[in-house]
Design a protein around this ligand. Structure first.
Ligand SMILES: *Cc1c(COP(=O)(O)O)cnc(C)c1O
Length: 396
């Protein structure tokens, strides 16, 4: 047994790496200057630290530092990208293409713009979670100003074909924005080779602190322009006013540097653990994997266990494993996951799903414990289920 529940909810957030915390600490009470203060050493030290972090983040995604805008996280970066493009390119058109399996930050921003007169195409996905590239190209019109497709899905880990998407967007001279919050720091992401024009990322999804992220904004071929969404001191080259969160930005920079150095090793260790967990659980009867088996993040696995409800299953072991179902908790009612529904799952199957997110810190002992706990929980609940009994009867 472990002292605390085994944490397998790393797609919701990750632990901040102790090396990141250590790098941040001096910027709270010693080097606490405002990075915009130009007249003294405190300001210079802060500005220098921000500049260094900007280089670290830029090199993680293959950008140059002038293309990185610091924000309070991916949600803000996504809002700035989509609303910023919508306002700036209003003269060209009002049509945005996105996908039904996007994160709420994208879906709700697009719905918001739809109420203001935007025309939104919500592309469906195939059963494996991937979009159909022909459907994407067919949806483009002369009024299309933005294609917005996430890099990797937060519930299933499914990785979209970003290079092909960017080729289509470029052919039609449409800006391509990608929410890469789950991909950056976990798998190699490069804005040059992938041809992404706007990319959102968040520190707390890859062992950095919460409340800080960035938007990559392409400067050349094409130069992407954005309408600022916050008015104020004109920080971040006028695109995002507000005093910079210096400790947070330093932490994001350090997390980026660690990801560059350790990503390959992390994947080599995490992938076999994910596969061990997945293969063991797929041995259970009537258990299915959601999402493309190959085009998928190495640390994510989403499974459906027929004849039970994941919320009930989690209650049987939530002191032992910290997990999340695919479903998003919307106020009082539990909605089935819009991602799994878009992939064609029934409400029942969507409610029977769990998402496992591993991390740099996940150990083999934890995975062995999770496998054992999961198998016990599933068997116990099914043994009490009338639906399961009827199903078993129907087999004999
Ligand atoms: C977590 C997440 C977000 C939101 O990021 P914040 O920094 O918490 O605002 C957006 N998109 C995806 C895919 C995510 O996983």
């Amino acid at each position: 047994m472990f002292q605390q529940p085994v944490y397998l909810d790393n797609n919701a957030t990750t632990a901040c790496d102790p090396r990141v915390v250590e790098t941040m600490l001096p910027y709270f009470s010693q080097l606490y200057g405002n990075a915009a203060s130009r007249s003294h050493a405190y300001g210079w030290a802060a500005a220098e630290a921000v500049d260094y972090a900007r280089e670290q983040v830029a090199s993680l995604v293959g950008a140059v530092k002038q293309e990185i805008i610091f924000t309070s996280g991916a949600t803000e970066a996504i809002n700035l990208a989509i609303k910023g493009v919508y306002e700036m390119y209003a003269g060209k058109g009002n049509h945005i293409i996105t996908v039904s399996t996007e994160h709420k930050a994208v879906l709700d921003t697009c719905s918001h713009l739809a109420r203001k007169g935007a025309s939104i195409t919500w592309l469906p996905v195939k059963a494996d979670g991937l979009i159909d590239l022909h459907e994407l190209e067919a949806a483009i019109t002369p009024k299309t100003i933005l294609v917005c497709v996430m890099y990797a899905n937060n519930e299933t880990g499914v990785i979209q074909p970003v290079e092909e998407i960017s080729a289509i967007a470029r052919k039609h001279q449409v800006i391509f924005m990608s929410d890469a919050t789950q991909a950056v720091g976990k798998i190699p992401v490069n804005v040059q080779t992938s041809g992404i024009d706007l990319l959102a990322l968040s520190a707390h999804k890859f062992y950095g602190p919460k409340g800080v992220g960035a938007l990559y904004v392409r400067r050349k071929d094409p130069r992407v322009r954005l309408a600022a969404q916050l008015d104020g001191g004109g920080h971040e080259r006028g695109m995002r006013s507000g005093t910079l969160n210096v400790p947070g930005i330093v932490g994001l920079g350090k997390a980026s540097e660690l990801a560059m150095m350790e990503m390959e090793e992390d994947i080599k260790r995490i992938l076999p653990l994910r596969d061990k967990l997945e293969n063991a659980l797929l041995q259970l009867e009537q258990t299915y994997r959601n999402g493309h088996p190959v085009h998928r993040l190495p640390h994510t696995c989403n499974l459906s266990f027929s004849y039970l409800e994941s919320e009930v299953l989690m209650m049987t072991f939530n002191k032992k494993i910290a997990l999340s179902s695919g479903s998003a908790c919307t106020s009082a009612s539990m909605e089935p996951s819009h991602v799994l529904k878009a992939m064609g799952l029934s409400d029942e199957m969507a409610y029977a799903s769990l998402r496992f997110g591993l991390s740099r810190f996940t150990t083999e002992e934890e995975i062995d414990f999770a496998i054992q706990t999961m198998i016990e929980g599933v068997n116990e609940l099914r043994n009490r289920s009338i639906a399961w009994e009827l199903y078993k009867d129907s087999l004999s």
